[in-house]
Every structure is written in structure tokens, then in C-alpha cells.
Design a binder for this molecule. Sequence first.
Ligand SMILES: [Zn+2]
Length: 335
Amino acid sequence: MPVEFKDYYKTLGVERTASHDEIRKAFRTLARQYHPDVAKDKKRSEEKFKEINEAYEVLGDAEKRKKYDDLGADWKQGAYRGPMPGGDRAHEWRGGPESENFQFGGTGFSDFFEQFFSGARGRQADFGEPETEKGQDVEGVIMVTLEEATHGAVRPISVRRNTLCADCRGTGVKGRRPCPACGGSGQTTVTQNYKVKIPAGVRDGQRLRVSGQGEPGSGGGPPGDLYLRVRLAGHPDFRVEGGDLYYDLDLAPWEGALGTSVSVPALNGALSIKIPPGTQNGQRLRVKGRGLPGRAGEQGDLFVVARVQMPKEISEREKTLWQQLAAVSSFNPRG
Ligand SMILES: [Zn+2]
């Protein structure tokens, strides 16, 4: 099955020349609209969010973006020579059956993405060998929202995979002829649905093991395992580093100077924090224990990062006031 080219720039609504900052802004705006933790109409927003997240995953990362840009031209000419895994893909990932209390079906990434960015997969077992051998492990990617990482979730996924042909028991031969059910390959394709438990406290990059769902074994050997590598979905408000969350809080200059109280988003509902007088641009305020939970009971923190913004345009009256301030103030940033 041909894999459709994805125009990630179009998905985020940015120019190909867009800066990292512009890309990040575009993602945040769209994610605020479609993130399943935030959006009102979850069903409609889910697909859209997956696309946005995937696009940002690539364009928001300098290395992946370069790879994608390099590849784009080739792709359009129909002469793609990139790191396509050899032969047909043994596994295809699809959104799981819908159920009421799950927000995010499937692994959350398109075939296009997986072919380029999710690395090596298990190879098919060699059915020619007579020895008993365990099947190859198979690896995929699963996108997890911060909400799911916080509370844990059970996610139905469906995986199309090769399995031993039941008619010929994987020999590829029926009587003296090639087995008609599998065309002599000894394998057939089945779509299997299972539920993957996402434990609370999962971290980006962690692998979830689904026992016995890899490639079939040979010579009566047990099947391999399926490993799903967790990718935390981008969030409109937070950046994640380990178990800590970072939130950029824009402040007016006088808010930084005088201090203020503001409401900031957090995973379990907004919280009110005090900005002390004299808060500097880039200064981090730590809110203990409001990050992601960890497996051993340790809890990450939320860091609110002050971003003091200058007004781009000011009125005549404001100008007069700034001038008065400049005349009175003893502050010298270069002193
Ligand atoms: Zn067969």
C-alpha cells in the first residue's frame, strides 16, 4: 500500500521558511483548539490533533525537520530513496475501536511518520529453519497525552500483523502443493485488537511491552513481544523535561517589576501563583509536586517561566509615562 506524503507545513499552516518560534506558536494555537485534554468535542478533535502533533514532532525538531525537508523534493518526484524498511511492512497501526472512555485511538502516528522516524522494526522470522526459535520482537510508537501519563489509561489498539497460516501450520505446503490459503508463504495477515495498559507515570521514551504479540516463532517456538515506545504528545501549555513541566508565563513589564497574582494552567486544574516584585525575564518559579507523577512515587514539579513582554505600540499617554519613569528611575541595566 503506498504511503501518502504528508505536508506538515500545510498541517500547521506555516511557510516552509518559518522559524522555529513561528512553528511553535502555530502548534500551540492549533493544539489549544484540538488537544483532547482541552477541546470540547473530543471525537472530532482527536484526528486533527494527531495530525498537528505529528507535524510538530517533525517540524519542531531541527534534525527531523531537515530530514523531512531533504526528503520532500524526492518524494514529489516519486523517486524516494530514504530509509524505507526493507520490503513490505509487517505491521500496520490503526486507531482502535471506539469506546467511551478513551481519548486517543491507536498509536497516534501515521504510516508516513512511522516509516521515516520510528526506526527499525523486528524482521520476520525465518520459517525455513528447522530449529525452535522465538519470534522476533516488534517495535512501534504510541502517542500518550500528559493526561494519560498522569492518570494512566487503557488504550485499545489494533495491529495488522503476520501470523502462521493455520491451514498449513506455517509450512507453506498442503499435500505436495503450495498451500492455497497463504499462497505458499506460510503466513497470513490478521488484524488483532488488544488493549494496552498505559501506567500512570510513564515517561517519554519508555517502552511498554505487550507480551507475545510480536512475530510468530518458528518450529513451535513462542512468539516475540510487541514493544511500544512512548512519545508524549505535545501540549499547548507545557513543555516536558523528565517529570517536570514548564509553562511560559507572559508578563507585562510592570507585572514583573511590581509583582502580581496570576492563574496558570496545571494538569489537575488551574492554580493561582504569586509573582514576586522584581521578577526577571526567564526567571523560573517552582511549584513543587505539580509535574508528572513518577513510578516510584516521586513527583515532578511545575516550573513557571517568566517571559516579560514589551508592548510593541504605545499611546502618546503611555509614552509620556515611560518618559517620566525614565527620568525618575535610577535603574541602569548596563551598570
Ligand atoms: Zn498456508
